[in-house]
Design a protein around this ligand. Structure first.
Ligand code: SAM
Length: 292
């Protein structure tokens, strides 16, 4: 069966009485050039176990299974399970798990399904959960080498933005902390069925062995990043004092100790500056009212 042929997809879905769900981000790849490129970029090879999120009707799954040792795909839409049984019937290195990628025990799945293999994540992500999925994969420090995903082009630009830059946001900082991000190629909206309203891009996040900066209080670091980018037009001093519920004077002193002008904006800070700022704010939190 040709899983990139719109007429064959329509026939397949109608045989299984499935109508595509917008809410679940069901835009399936119909450009035959895309899946081989994602599989290659994602490092699918014999010693590698690929965790796929949202196989849909299995078009990318099939391509990954051609070269990967094993593919485990998590699909939330129960209606697609019999479809996948049909489209992937001939493959003995694919396992489908029914569930929500945001709720399943991913560390347990990787340990159980990929013993002795390097694990990577590859997916055409459901766009409505791009950031939560990527943040979960990174923050849980799963034993994975890389994350290669198709996302909306604008999201890709933000995820892979330089720091500092105007495009940077809280998610950029989190991605840069845990990984080295690269924008690989763009994919036009006409490559999907149904066609979404925006273009897409494939990015790869190579997981760092240790984070980009040394941070003692990691939870505080992420609170600072969230607060700093929370109100982009405001200065750091204002964002941080409201976001962290601290006196503005204390924040200004922490900024000055870190060598940062209080009127700077979050998008002007490098990772290293965020790291220094976190150290100063943590010191103040421990020290209370004492002179910094
Ligand atoms: N891989 C297929 C392709 O490239 O044509 C389908 C990709 S489609 C953009 C996203 C898929 O993710 C859909 O099959 C959808 O049902 C599934 N999905 C949506 N939310 C999910 C979730 N929370 N957990 C797992 N899968 C989900």
């Amino acid at each position: 069966m040709n899983l990139t042929s719109p007429s064959e997809i329509r026939a397949l879905l109608s045989r299984h009485d499935v109508k595509l769900s917008k809410a679940l981000g069901q835009n399936f790849i119909i450009n035959p050039g895309i899946c081989p490129k994602i599989a290659e970029s994602g490092g699918a090879s014999p010693g590698v176990g690929v965790l796929e999120i949202g196989p849909g009707i299995g078009v990318l799954t099939k391509e990954l299974a051609k070269t990967a040792g094993k593919v485990v795909s998590i699909e939330l839409d129960r209606r697609l399970l019999p479809v996948l049984d049909e489209t992937l019937a001939e493959l003995d290195n694919v396992k489908i798990i029914h569930g929500d990628v945001l709720k399943l025990d991913l560390a347990g799945i990787i340990a159980e399904q990929f013993p002795g293999m390097d694990a990577v994540v590859c997916a055409n992500l459901p766009y409505y959960i791009t950031s939560p999925v990527i943040m979960r994969l990174l923050e849980e420090r799963l034993p994975i080498k890389s994350i290669t995903v198709m996302v909306q082009k604008e999201a890709a630009q933000r995820l892979c933005a330089e720091m500092p830059s105007r495009q940077a946001g809280a998610v950029t900082a989190a991605v840069a902390y845990f990984s080295r991000a690269a924008m690989l190629f763009t994919v036009s909206r006409g490559s999907f069925m149904p066609a979404p309203k925006v273009d897409s891009a494939v990015i790869r996040l190579d997981i760092r062995e240790k984070p980009a900066v040394d941070i003692e209080a990691e939870a505080l670091f992420f609170r600072i990043i969230k607060a700093a980018f929370g109100q982009r037009r405001k200065t750091l001093a204002n964002c941080l004092s409201s976001g962290l519920a601290m006196q503005k004077g204390d924040i200004v002193r922490a900024l000055e100790h870190a060598g940062i002008q209080p009127e700077t904006r979050a998008e002007q800070l490098s990772m290293e500056q965020f790291g220094r700022l976190c150290g100063e704010i943590a010191r103040f939190a421990v020290c209370g009212e004492c002179e910094m």
